[in-house]
Design a protein around this ligand. Sequence first.
Ligand SMILES: [Zn+2]
Length: 218
Amino acid sequence: MIDLTHTLTTSTEAPMSLWPGHPRFQMTRVASVPEQHATLTAISLGSHTGTHIDAPNHYIADGLSIDKYDLNKLMGRALVIDVRGKKARELITWEDMKRWEGEMKDGVIVLICTGWSQYWGKDHYEEHPFIDINAAKKLVEKGVRVIGCDTLSPDEMCSPTAEVHKVILRAGGAIAENLRGIEEVLELKDPVVSLLPLKLDDCDGSPIRAIAWSANVA
Ligand SMILES: [Zn+2]
């Protein structure tokens, strides 16, 4: 089982990357054994803090919320697009993705591997490569609805238009962000991925425990 999830932590030695202005992850021990009957922790975070998924209503006013989202779409065959050669803030074009065109179809979850998760927690994490709008449109045209990336966003950092988000979410898709270890999925034969969210009432996204495994293993 490959864990595609960054740890939710309050550590200052290994800090989490965070979208500017989003709520930080907080964790407070409210009771501990043996002093108390049981150990219990209060946790608090934004719906887009850490490894998470965007629901359609994150950008589309009448889009589905995460609790209503079809779970069948969030678990399925993974297709890794390996674009690890990309530099900081470089565009990921359809030209870069075309060689996997034959495998892009309805139900396939496309994972964009930029290798950027190595910069998690560092300033350079924000300088990630991002998807060209035409490449996003092509993915949707091919039937792809769910994508995942190892960056803060499939769009350019702090893009005022977030057009890749809108193309995917308007088509009823969902976007997993801040994944890690996508390069390890390349080693799997017939990879399958799961991006299941918490059932948060009318919410625009959710933290996920993203995992991948080989369909050949029971
Ligand atoms: Zn998000």
